[in-house]
Design a protein around this ligand. Structure first.
Ligand code: ZN
Ligand code: ZN
Length: 175
């Protein structure tokens, strides 16, 4: 599939929220993903943390059926209203929720809707969790081949080194 601004922002925001560390600045995460009016009070920040824990299931699901039900559960809670907009002089594009909703409702709609659209387009093969042991991060695979397995190149390299070491130990237990 061709990734552009419209179809990657929701899934990438979802991944960023899942990956946000405990003390991370969630407002900055929202700003980085073009969410307008991203101001969060303590209640909204708590609601987004809870939502992020639920988003994880869409990434770690195995198989199409499990992924569809994970995303459907998110959609159930993120009732939006699809409409066209031309705000800020942009060309007509789709919004999945009214601008008048509060920030938590808007983030829920953008992430759940974005994950649903991506899953429909790709069969869900573009969402994943890092393959490295003990790494809990998730990712959206926007690579051309769509065979990404790690959250970052750093995790991929670390895992390759670890596998190389254990293969050497297996071949030569004295080393
Ligand atoms: Zn827009
Ligand atoms: Zn990782």
């Amino acid at each position: 599939m061709h990734f552009n601004h419209d179809n990657r922002i929701g899934p990438e925001l979802a991944a960023a929220l899942v990956n946000a560390a405990e003390g991370a600045d969630l407002e900055q995460v929202l700003r980085d993903h073009a969410i307008r009016w991203p101001e969060l009070d303590a209640t909204a920040a708590r609601a987004l943390r809870a939502w992020a824990r639920r988003l994880r299931a869409a990434f770690t699901a195995t198989g199409a059926e499990q992924r569809c039900s994970a995303v459907n559960e998110l959609l159930d809670e993120a009732a939006g209203r699809i409409h066209l907009t031309t705000h800020d002089g942009l060309r007509p594009h789709l919004h999945l929720v009214s601008d008048h909703r509060d920030v938590v409702a808007r983030v829920k709609a953008v992430t759940a809707g974005g994950l649903a659209i991506l899953t429909a387009w790709t069969g869900g093969t573009r969402l994943g969790g890092c393959d490295r042991d003990r790494c809990e991060r998730v990712f959206v695979d926007t690579s051309r081949g769509g065979r990404r397995r790690y959250c970052t190149a750093r995790c991929g390299n670390a895992d390759a080194v670890a596998r190389h070491r254990s293969a050497r130990r297996a071949a030569d237990p004295a080393s």
